[in-house]
Write a protein that binds this ligand. Structure first.
Ligand SMILES: Nc1nc2c(ncn2[C@@H]2O[C@H](COP(=O)(O)OP(=O)(O)OP(=O)(O)O)[C@@H](O)[C@H]2O)c(=O)[nH]1
Length: 321
């Protein structure tokens, strides 16, 4: 059993002699003591500075120990503060009332100091064990949240991955349907990226994708806009509440941002630098059209942009809002 650490013990006792005896015992055990001589004072002191344990006299004028316990235990911060009742006689009915109010244990007045020491130590031990368990649980929860977050991020580029996109697209699609507003999907693809890898090597290709992802991400200016890595050298942006014109504007901004970086691309058939092609599709979702269809339209438009010479965007003719 771990040695109890130095704890703050609040002694609630209206009789001076009893208070003195208990204080001495608490001090001898190496703890810090505080004394409240009535119920109201006890509430004031306990709420001003949370004690680690309370030794509570039951019988007190004005407001008794049971009522004080009841009031304190209503407050969430007292959930793990043990309250040991100190009682004149072990009246079963009174004790039941005390336990119902939230007391942890009890000792009878004038009992052997060893008994009080043992009960005090075991109540503190249990309190610290509960605290440790809660800490471990919250650390575990944090680690799980972090893992969940990581599983939604693309490891290479640090932006959302396909899973992130699928989840967000589904939520935004349903929101657009509810609000009868338009949603735009922009599929983006680095031009001649196979040639980039072939001429400069795969590690350089990876670096290029990181820079492209970062630049695209910077162009997402509204909180509801996002760009994710769709896979390989393909990216996808979702623009909520955006029509075809708006989407084309954002797409052009992204294209220019890539141009501006002037990432040397010796194998490109388009120009000396890395360029992007993209396909845009947008719609106000209604009952028939599916998310998949909108994506397919954006993909077809991307193919069209490639066919038309790359380094450009094409807007899907079939579905527009
Ligand atoms: N370095 C690197 N290359 C990747 C990654 N993912 C996909 N690629 C490469 O991207 C290239 C894509 O090539 P293609 O689909 O033929 O298209 P492209 O060469 O970009 O030609 P167009 O799209 O027609 O302009 C392939 O060579 C893939 O190996 C990656 O994570 N890192």
């Amino acid at each position: 059993m771990e040695e109890p650490r130095q704890s703050k013990i609040l002694i609630v006792e209206d009789e001076q002699t009893n208070a003195l005896i208990t204080r001495r015992l608490v001090k001898n055990l190496g703890h810090i003591d505080q004394v409240a001589t009535n119920g109201y004072e006890a509430i004031g002191m306990a709420t001003a500075e949370l004690p680690d344990l309370i030794l509570m006299d039951i019988m007190m004028p004005d407001i008794d120990g049971i009522e004080v316990t009841r009031q304190l235990k209503r407050r969430p911060e007292f959930f793990n503060v043990p309250v040991i009742m100190v009682t004149g006689a072990s009246d079963a009915k009174l004790l039941k009332e005390a336990f119902d109010a939230g007391a942890t244990d009890y000792v009878t007045k004038g009992s052997n100091p060893i008994e009080l020491t043992t009960r005090l130590n075991s109540a503190l031990q249990l309190k610290y064990e509960v605290e440790q368990r809660m800490l471990r649980e919250s650390q575990l929860e944090e680690a799980i949240n972090r893992l969940e977050q990581l599983s939604l991020l693309d490891q290479l580029t640090g932006i959302g991955n396909r899973r992130y996109f699928d989840d967000l697209y589904d939520r935004q699609w349903r929101a657009a349907k509810r609000k009868h507003c338009s949603i735009a999907v922009v599929m983006l693809d680095v031009d001649d990226f196979k040639r980039y890898n072939d001429t400069l090597g795969h590690p350089a290709g990876d670096e290029c994708l990181k820079k492209v992802a970062n630049a695209l991400n910077k162009e997402m200016r509204r909180p509801s806009d996002s760009v994710s890595r769709y896979g390989g050298e393909e990216f996808v942006a979702i623009l909520f509440d955006t029509d075809a014109r708006g989407a084309l504007e954002v797409a052009e901004r992204m294209r220019k941002a890539i141009h501006k970086m002037k990432l040397h691309h010796p194998g490109s058939r388009v120009c000396d630098f890395v360029t992007l092609s993209g396909g845009i599709a947008c719609v106000i979702p209604d009952g028939d059209l599916t998310q998949k269809q909108l994506l397919e339209s954006a993909d077809k438009a991307l193919y069209q942009a490639k066919e038309n010479g790359r380094d450009r965007f094409s807007v899907s003719a079939q579905i527009t809002a």
